[in-house]
Every structure is written in structure tokens, then in C-alpha cells.
Design a protein around this ligand. Structure first.
Ligand SMILES: C[S@@+](CC[C@H](N)C(=O)[O-])C[C@H]1O[C@@H](n2cnc3c(N)ncnc32)[C@H](O)[C@@H]1O
Length: 289
């Protein structure tokens, strides 16, 4: 169920810190070890980095860390309640230096307001970058986002993979923005859709002809298998929505006198409008027999 009850997830009430784009996870795990009474959540979009960090967490036996493989916009919109975080930090986020890529930059005004809403009163944000134009770009966006802003030029001292990379290339100073929440800006948590099973009168796998749909929400039909022994079909789906691409399975199986089209069990997916619509598209692809 979303948003996640983090106290339940960590099995204790403690301050919660969120690291955006933790890379190989070394800083996140170091922080968790230095602050054993605090809880830490790391967000990454790269699968491989999640795997690497998970191994580090196991090796370090860090029980106060959780990882999310998700775009941070989606995570904050859906998985975090308002006023639940104590701090949010990001070290060396992608600066997207080309003007035509500015829309990829994370800390725009909308995102700053979203972060604000998920922070507790007096919650803190720290953004550290190697790229001065990005620092200046963010500073222009902080007014009217509910934060008091402080900025400074700093020496390298976070010892992350990217900080070492820039330092080895000769960069001596980095740029830090510290934000303190002074006003709450409400941004509602996006609720999951109620994705229920849908029924069709009859199903013939030979006549089943799904069609991809593209647009702001793309619904792509991947492989379909029909297990004739068990008389049950599995449709692999890919649904792409804003900042979120999900792969999942839908079952088409007899139930009573009808056929039931439903999400397969135990899938770690966010039930979005696109997921809901994909079930209806499957139903459409089954001709009435
Ligand atoms: C330049 S790296 C910095 C990694 C690490 N913090 C360090 O200092 O070594 C930026 C990281 O942010 C992650 N990232 C970029 N956009 C993201 C997003 N929207 N949500 C979550 N992570 C993101 C990337 O996958 C990448 O690992």
C-alpha cells in the first residue's frame, strides 16, 4: 500500500534521511554506520547500482538502510507521505549542462516544492555539485519553495566515486546548497489505482490479437505464452508513463464459466492508470467468440 509506512518498514520510529542518486552506495552506507539510530533510504534508477549497493549493505550488515529502484519524482509523489522525512540530500547529481537537456535537471521549482512537502518542519536539503552553472540554476529556483537558502563553496570531503573522479581531474572546489524548511507547501500523495480483475466470456489464444498503443502512456504487448496443460495464458507487458516504465505479467485464466484477466501475484509494481488501462486493452484484444 502507498504511501509506505516507513516506521513499519524499518520496525522502529527514528529520523529518516533520503539520498537521491546514491551511485555505488558507499556514502549512504557510511552514513548509516555513523548514525545507527537513524534510518536511511537510497533511491537510484540504475539496476546495476542497486545490485552493487545491496551487496555492500549485506556485507556491512546495515539494518537501517532501504533501497528503492525508481525515479525520485515517482518515489516522492507516491511512496512518501507529507512531512515524513528529516532530510534529503544528493551528491553530484547529473548537471545536464546542455540547454536542450535542462528539462532533465532534478531541482526545478516543482521538484523543490515536492521535496518540501515530504519533509518535516525544519527538515533539511543538501545539494552538492561540481558544476557551478547548475548550482546557480538551482539557486534561482529556490525562492517561494518554502525554504531558507544557504550556499557555499567547499573542499572535497564526501569521498564519493564522483567526488574522487572530479578531484583526480584537478577540481579543488565544489558547490553546496543547504535548504531549511520554513513553510510547508502541500503536494498531495498520488494514490495507487484500484486495479481489479476484469472478465471475458470466452478466450481463444489463436484469436487473441493485442495491439500496442503509443503516446503519453504507451502500452506495449511483449511475449504471450499459453500453457495448454494448465489452460492459462500469460501476457508480458511494458507500460511507459511519465518518468516510469514498468514490466509486469497479466494472467488470462478460466474462472467459473468466464475467463479472468488479472495481474499476476507477487509483482513489485506501482498500480498506475497505465497498468489499469493495460488490462482493459487485453480485454479488447480478445474477440467475442
Ligand atoms: C553523477 S552520479 C553521482 C553518484 C554518487 N552520488 C556519487 O557522488 O558518486 C548521479 C546518480 O544519480 C542517479 N540518478 C539520476 N537521476 C535520477 C533520478 N531521477 N532518480 C534517482 N536517481 C537518479 C544516477 O543513476 C547516478 O547514479
Amino acid at each position: 500500500m502507498h504511501p509506505i509506512d516507513w516506521t513499519k518498514e524499518f520496525k522502529r520510529k527514528a529520523p529518516i534521511h533520503l539520498e537521491i542518486g546514491f551511485g555505488n552506495g558507499e556514502f549512504l552506507i557510511r552514513q548509516s554506520k555513523e548514525n545507527p539510530r537513524h534510518n536511511f533510504i537510497g533511491i537510484e534508477i540504475e539496476n546495476l547500482l542497486i545490485k552493487k549497493a545491496s551487496k555492500r549493505i549485506t556485507r556491512a550488515n546495515a539494518k537501517n538502510v532501504r533501497l528503492l529502484k525508481l525515479d525520485v519524482n515517482i518515489a516522492l509523489e507516491r511512496l512518501f507521505a507529507q512531512r515524513c522525512l528529516d532530510s534529503v540530500y544528493t551528491l553530484f547529481p547529473f548537471p545536464w549542462p546542455k540547454k536542450r537537456h535542462y528539462h532533465h535537471r532534478l531541482f526545478n521549482k516543482t521538484f523543490l516544492k515536492l521535496v518540501n512537502s515530504r519533509l518535516k518542519t525544519k527538515g533539511a536539503v543538501r545539494i552538492v555539485t561540481d558544476f557551478k552553472p547548475y548550482y546557480e540554476w538551482v539557486l534561482l529556483r529556490t525562492p517561494n519553495t518554502g525554504f531558507k537558502t544557504k550556499k557555499k563553496t567547499i573542499d572535497p570531503h564526501f569521498n564519493t566515486q564522483f567526488e574522487r573522479k572530479w578531484a583526480e581531474e584537478g577540481q579543488k572546489s565544489f558547490y553546496q546548497i543547504d535548504l531549511k524548511k520554513i513553510n510547508h507547501i502541500s503536494t498531495k500523495v498520488l494514490k495507487e489505482e484500484n486495479v481489479t480483475a476484469t472478465f471475458i466470456k470466452d478466450f481463444n489464444p489463436k484469436l487473441y490479437a493485442p495491439k500496442n498503443k503509443t503516446g503519453t502512456t504507451s502500452i506495449i504487448f511483449k511475449k504471450f505464452f499459453f500453457n495448454s496443460k494448465e489452460n492459462c495464458g500469460t501476457q508480458n507487458m511494458l507500460v511507459a508513463e511519465k518518468n516510469l516504465t514498468q514490466k509486469f505479467r497479466v494472467l488470462i485464466c478460466p474462472q467459473g464459466k468466464k475467463w479472468c484477466v488479472s495481474l499476476d501475484h507477487d509483482q513489485d509494481i506501482i498500480k498506475t492508470k497505465g497498468v489499469k488501462e493495460s488490462l482493459l486493452q487485453i480485454k479488447k484484444a480478445c474477440p467475442k467468440i
